[in-house]
Ligand binder design. Structure first.
Ligand SMILES: [Ca+2]
Length: 125
């Protein structure tokens, strides 16, 4: 076996292991962990709320009850939440809870990406 092929196989195995290791944490979170992100209809964590369980990397649409209405969010430590507005392509990432998402994203988000275990200064996570 040549070195190049070996390197390809090693990186493939690493990718598979990374993927597999994300599964148990997702299951654990849904089995009763309090580690969750909440999106809120109004600023200061008021109005309708929508929970998202944290586990690995998740990307989900925001359900009709809060689409284009999110104004605040609570985020546990070690988690980064990106709100996305598909109409304009706007994205904003939040680490920690925000009583107001800001004019840039207020009442715009239609999908959300949740990433666990981001370092605070990570450019991409
Ligand atoms: Ca939108």
């Amino acid at each position: 076996m040549n070195t190049k092929l070996m390197k390809i196989m090693v990186s493939f195995v690493a990718v598979v292991l990374t993927f597999m290791s994300s599964i148990p944490s997702a299951i654990a979170a849904e089995a009763g962990s309090t580690l969750e992100v909440q999106l809120y209809e109004h600023s200061d964590f008021q109005g309708k709320s929508l929970p998202f369980y944290v586990g690995g990397v998740r990307s989900e649409p925001i359900s009709p009850q809060l689409i284009n209405q999110v104004s605040s969010l609570s985020v546990p430590s070690g988690v980064a939440v990106t709100l996305i507005d598909q109409e304009t392509g706007r994205r904003a990432t939040y680490r920690g809870s925000y009583s107001y998402v800001g004019d840039f994203m207020n009442d715009r988000a239609d999908s959300v990406e949740i990433v666990q275990d981001c370092s605070p200064d990570a450019e991409v996570c």
